[in-house]
Design a protein around this ligand. Structure first.
Ligand code: KG4
Ligand code: ZN
Length: 363
């Protein structure tokens, strides 16, 4: 099947409503003509997490506007589009259904082919869009809802080397920030607070480092921070700024160490003769300490380190449009029977990880 040339992408699997136009040239390279993202942080702020019903309703209301904005920004009219790509899972089911229904409507109205795309494939293929990285490469996906190491061997060929068995790291940053009385989202506030802290004052665990393989766990670390906080509060009659900073620094250092050491282990699974590349995606990749530690591991392994610009690292629709084009050569398009999948593991060989975080199902 020839590659579509102008693709409209839609994304609504969590708390960002997004639409984008991506142009694919003859060599399969992608150019982002527009990428519109409407976040929902304010809508969920009073609830301490994403409320699926509120998210689904907001997606249904905003998708049309995002599509209009994406077309206008790209200077493209709807009939010029060659295909429509939409996240069909995994994620919060109400949001995914909103996107799939919108895409089906557009496909039925325009007669253009429809592609249901795996959200994780969108993240995992982004380094091909931004840096034209050759296959195979190692991908660490770290966000509020996902955490996994993937060996990306082709557009439809992903091997999951390991992942979190409970919370995603972003989820842990958000929960720990709440425990320490710091604002949401927790990642940036913990990172700022940790700058003045002593990471060694509190002895916090490095979960699963003693176990072989690349699986990780962050839930026990969060509980350890809670216990240390309670003890510090009992000792001093309240939580001081110093305690806050030391706990934030200790927590961040533990996450950095776990991610770096597990990444080193993941390299052991790299095919010997392949050019080495370590790619990261997801909001947590914005953390400077995590980024520096991963960059150091890549350098140690003589591997190229690729972190796409943050706007394409976090949830967006350009990655969905590009993934559809990347996969198009190897698959047919979908029809109006396309269904939304709350769970959709990328690696169909290994058993999927169980558990469901505040940002949706982990796949
Ligand atoms: O990829 P993303 O925007 O959304 C999804 O999870 O789908 O990631 C958001 C997560 C939040 O949990 C946020 O706290 C975390 O990424 N995050 C960070 C930083 N910036 C955002 N975590 C650690 N350090 C940061 N600087
Ligand atoms: Zn995501």
């Amino acid at each position: 099947m020839p590659r579509p040339q102008l693709i409209l992408g839609l994304e609504s699997s969590c708390d960002d409503t997004a639409a984008a136009i991506v142009r694919i040239d003859e060599d399969g390279r992608g150019a982002v003509l527009s990428s519109v993202v409407a976040g929902q942080t304010a809508l969920h702020a009073d609830f301490g997490g994403v409320v699926p019903e509120i998210a689904a309703r907001a997606h249904a209301e905003k998708l049309d506007h995002c599509v209009e904005d994406a077309l206008a920004e790209a200077g493209i009219a709807l009939p010029q589009i060659d295909a429509i790509a939409v996240t069909a899972g995994p994620g919060l089911i109400g949001g995914v259904v909103s996107g799939v229904m919108c895409a089906k409507g557009l496909s039925a109205a325009t007669g253009k082919p429809l592609y249901g795309v795996n959200h994780l494939a969108g993240h995992a293929l982004t380094p091909r869009l931004t840096d034209d990285v050759p296959y195979p490469y190692l991908m660490l996906l770290v966000s509020g809802g996902h955490c996994q190491f993937l060996m990306v061997r082709g557009p439809n060929n992903f091997e999951r080397l390991g992942g979190t068995i409970d919370d995603a790291p972003g989820e842990a940053f958000d929960k720990v920030a709440r425990l320490l009385g710091l604002p949401q989202p927790g990642g940036p506030s913990i990172e700022a607070c940790a700058k003045t802290g002593d990471p060694e004052r509190f002895a916090l665990p490095r979960p699963l480092l003693d176990r072989d393989g690349c699986d990780m766990s962050f839930s026990g670390l969060k509980t350890a921070v809670l216990r240390a906080r309670d003890k510090a509060m009992a000792d001093a009659g309240g939580l001081t700024h110093r305690d806050q900073a030391d706990l934030a620094a200790g927590f961040q250092a533990a996450v950095v160490e776990v991610l770096a050491k597990k990444t080193r282990r993941a390299f052991a699974n790299y095919p010997q003769d392949a050019p080495l590349g370590l790619c990261v995606a997801g909001g947590v990749a914005a953390n400077q300490s995590i980024r520096a530690a991963l960059e150091a591991v890549a350098a140690e392994q003589s591997a190229r380190f690729i972190a796409p610009p943050l706007a394409l690292c976090t949830d967006n629709a350009a990655m969905i449009a590009f993934a559809a084009a990347e996969q198009a050569a190897e698959r047919g398009f979908d029809d109006l029977s396309l269904s939304a999948r709350p769970r959709w593991p990328l690696d169909t060989v290994r058993p999927s990880m169980l558990g469901s975080g505040k940002k949706g199902a982990k796949a």
